[in-house]
Design a protein around this ligand. Structure first.
Ligand SMILES: NC(=O)c1ccc[n+]([C@@H]2O[C@H](COP(=O)([O-])OP(=O)(O)OC[C@H]3O[C@@H](n4cnc5c(N)ncnc54)[C@H](O)[C@@H]3O)[C@@H](O)[C@H]2O)c1
Length: 353
């Protein structure tokens, strides 16, 4: 029996509700497999912990997370009692930085039974690999002088190491999928970092002659995500460009409540962290309305990362069967509760197993 240690951080609001759903699905997947055990340890960190102790997580929290094979997070934030900058920087961003989670990976695909806002969507299935440690989101720069003379300088940082790491990951991923990588660039407007990005992309591509490559400027690429998302397989992007593209990807799927993501430590020095794209949704928290699919699909990404791709696929197939049958939460035009959707996914998995 292979034992996988998972640190579960439900967080706040609907994070707690959808985490409970995804844990049941993981348990069912392990039962179906028979040769793996998911040992899930809960850490009740987040806004309540902040109110009780003055910190979102304990001082040794990061060291404790390092002991695990993966970190599984719900959502963090309760702006009525803790300002967002404290909850985000005190936990989410702290974990992302200290566990060196340098890539953010987010798929977007048309799910049966879920209406995309696109008028006639074709069967798109894409995945964005976003460089998540540097680029445009750097702290290098500053603001000097006052009044009319005030100057703000914001520097982008692009290292060969991080750029190539993101690109190699994208190429390796494409090998397991549609064998196409598109690079998001803007070398017609950003004259230093983006020509460098293009050059590293061309050099890296030479090691992957089996992969079809293309580059597109981020403005056109954003439009193509809306007009022809089916033409993409893997897209590699810098921090800012990836941030924008992944939000468009979530939007064309139909609801933020279904979008999953992985924050990866590619070198494997520390555990990677898996979290849905949505936040703690205080407007619907505690009402049993939250869509659990984002968290459940995120569990599938975690299983893929841990090497259990068959189990991950079984979870996604069962989820899609349930949405196609019409058992859906309100955000995707359904009338079912979190619990009803969860139970339907569990019984579909049971039938498959
Ligand atoms: N990764 C994270 O933990 C994360 C991400 C984004 C926001 N936040 C935090 O969450 C809090 C709320 O932020 P927000 O309102 O801007 O974003 P949000 O994602 O929580 O909610 C945006 C909208 O989407 C809906 N929604 C979100 N998740 C849903 C789900 N699973 N099912 C159905 N509907 C869902 C909400 O009801 C709301 O209308 C803030 O404190 C914010 O800082 C955390």
């Amino acid at each position: 029996m292979n034992k996988i240690e998972i640190a579960c951080l439900p967080g706040d609001g609907v994070g707690i509700e959808v985490m409970a759903s995804a844990k049941q699905v993981l348990q069912k997947a392990a039962d179906m497999h028979g040769g793996v055990q998911f040992s899930m340890t809960d850490f009740p960190w987040g806004s309540d912990h902040y109110i009780e102790t003055g910190a979102m997580m304990p001082e040794d929290g990061i060291e404790r997370l390092k002991e695990f094979d993966a970190v599984f997070l719900g959502a963090v934030g309760n702006p009525a009692v803790v300002p967002d900058h404290i909850s985000l920087w005190g936990m989410l961003i702290k974990i992302r930085r200290e566990l060196e989670l340098s890539l953010n990976v987010r798929p977007a695909r048309l799910i049966k039974g879920i209406q995309s806002p696109l008028r006639s969507p074709k069967d798109f299935d894409l995945i964005v690999v976003r460089e998540n440690s540097e680029g445009e989101y750097s702290e290098a720069g500053g603001v000097i002088h006052n009044g009319q003379n005030e100057i703000a300088v914001q520097n982008g940082i692009f290292t060969r190491k991080a750029t190539e790491r993101a690109m190699r990951y994208a190429f390796e991923l494409a090998r397991t999928r549609g064998k196409k990588v598109t690079s998001a660039t803007k070398s017609n407007g950003i004259v230093h970092s983006m020509p460098f990005w293009d050059r590293v992309f061309q050099e890296t591509a030479k090691d992957y002659p089996d992969i079809e490559t293309s580059s597109a400027h981020i403005d056109a690429l954003s439009a193509f995500f809306v007009t022809k998302p089916e033409s993409f397989d893997v897209i590699v992007a810098s921090n800012l460009f990836g941030d924008i593209l992944t939000d468009i990807g979530s939007a064309v799927m139909g609801s933020i409540g279904i979008a999953p993501s992985a924050n990866l430590n590619v070198e494997g020095t520390y555990p990677s962290m898996f979290e849905p794209v949505h936040g703690s949704a205080p407007d619907i928290a505690g009402q049993g309305k939250a869509n659990p699919i984002g968290q459940i699909w995120t569990a599938k990404m975690m299983l893929d990362h841990l090497g259990y791709t068959d189990l991950g696929q079984a979870i996604l197939d069962a989820t899609e069967e349930v949405t196609e049958s019409g058992i859906k939460t309100a955000d995707i035009q359904g009338t079912s509760s979190t619990e009803e959707v969860t139970q339907a996914i569990l019984s579909t998995l049971q039938k498959k197993g």
